[in-house]
Design a protein around this ligand. Structure first.
Ligand SMILES: [Zn+2]
Length: 396
């Protein structure tokens, strides 16, 4: 015999009595099938119900060949059991699931956008629309129409129909099952083949809100919240906005303007810092060059720095070159780097000098005659490498 699905006729039934008609092990846990059950088995994008059977927690519910199987946390010996469905979880699923029916109908009626799939997760519910773009005005219009139908408190009718009646109904979503087809209808709005659980009237959805949407290949994925989830969403957004307003010492309606002011101030400070850093590098280059060693006609700054990265060293080397000198600089930060630079017009090939310096030490690098950069495998080689480069200069 098959399990009689009590939720088909009454989605609000949470307590029931049933007889165990089969026992099995599913996923390493005990499971029972009942002669009748109010538990919704996972399907149609709606997760399985939770609850208890004979006081034992129901971990999963799956339909299998006419039977509804309840996977249990512990073995259940009794042949007649009391079932209790977790109503908070079920009603949340009913709100999201029926909200999806209405949203999908609204998108189709207003813009001819078909829903190709639906996902109801623990945190978010989404529908995929057959579209490559969705304008904010379209989303708002579909949201408005959905909530209008919710607030009109229209009845939600679920019934099994004959093939003749099925042929006459303008179904938005065609049946995916053979045999008896259950149709869920909102008069003058939507008819869908569906085996899921729905509120008695559209008002049960409470509120439908589209949180965001994005293109994903050939579909637009729309994330939405209904009913209790919409309330929860509003609650945390209000709390987050209040915290932001408090941190910025402004009213909630002034947060955007206050953030814009903070970002402008940050940008001004960044530019000032950049300018100050340039000036400092220029002063440092001048100072280093005044103490430079003479090698023939060249004035050479040979210097190793700890904790200075390649970008800063490059800026310093360029500044020294810009003042007419030659820079043989090394830095030990995350990596050990050598940076050589020379003034325009000097007969020195920095790239060749760098490669000749690095080669015996196992380092790698290269560059142009005016500027070259490379790395050493071992920071302890830095002083010796700079000395070797300087000696090579003297010999040229
Ligand atoms: Zn449904």
């Amino acid at each position: 015999m098959d399990t009689e699905r009590l939720y088909f006729s009454d989605a609000y039934l949470t307590r029931f009595s049933a007889r165990v008609i089969a026992r099995a092990e599913r996923g390493g846990r005990p499971a029972v099938a009942l002669d009748q059950s109010a538990f919704y088995p996972e399907g149609g994008g709606q997760p399985a119900d939770a609850g208890t059977l004979g006081g034992v927690a129901v971990l999963d519910v799956q339909a299998d060949d006419g039977l509804v199987w309840h996977t249990l946390a512990a073995p259940l010996d009794a042949d007649v059991v009391e079932g209790q469905v977790d109503w908070a979880r079920r009603f949340d699923h009913m709100q999201q699931h029926h909200g999806q029916h209405l949203l999908s109908a609204a998108f189709e009626q207003l813009f001819g956008l078909k829903t190709v799939s639906f996902h109801l997760g623990a945190a978010a519910a989404t529908i995929d629309l057959a579209a490559t773009a969705l304008a904010a005005e379209q989303a708002a219009a579909a949201e408005d129409l959905t909530n209008q139908v919710i607030w009109e408190e229209r009845p939600v009718l679920a019934r099994f129909v004959t093939p003749e009646e099925l042929a006459r109904l303008p179904l938005r979503k065609p049946p995916q099952v053979s045999g008896a087809v259950r149709v869920v209808s909102v008069p003058d709005f939507d008819h869908s083949a569906c085996g899921g659980t729905h509120p008695r009237a559209t008002g049960g959805v409470g509120l439908a809100h589209l949180r965001r949407w994005e293109r994903r290949g050939e579909v637009v994925r729309v994330e939405f919240v209904c009913g209790g989830r919409a309330l929860g969403d509003l609650r945390w957004k209000n709390a987050a906005l209040a915290r932001l307003a408090g941190a910025l010492s402004v009213g909630a309606d002034e947060v955007e303007a206050a953030v814009a002011r903070v970002r402008e101030a940050e940008e001004r400070q960044r530019k000032r810092l950049e300018l100050a850093a340039d000036q400092l590098i220029g002063l440092e280059a001048r100072d280093l060059l005044s103490n430079a060693e003479a090698r023939g006609e060249l004035r050479v700054v040979r210097r190793a720095f700890a904790g200075r990265g390649p970008e800063e060293l490059r800026a310093l080397a360029k500044a020294i070159a810009g003042l007419g000198g030659v820079a043989l600089l090394g830095g030990r930060a995350e990596k050990t780097q050598l940076i050589f630079a020379r003034a325009e017009g000097l007969a020195l090939d920095c790239g060749a000098l760098l490669r000749a310096t690095l080669a015996p030490l196992g380092g790698r690098g290269g560059g142009q005659p005016a500027l070259a950069q490379g790395g050493l495998p071992d920071g302890a080689q830095l002083e010796a490498a700079l000395d070797a480069a300087l000696a090579r200069l003297a010999n040229e």
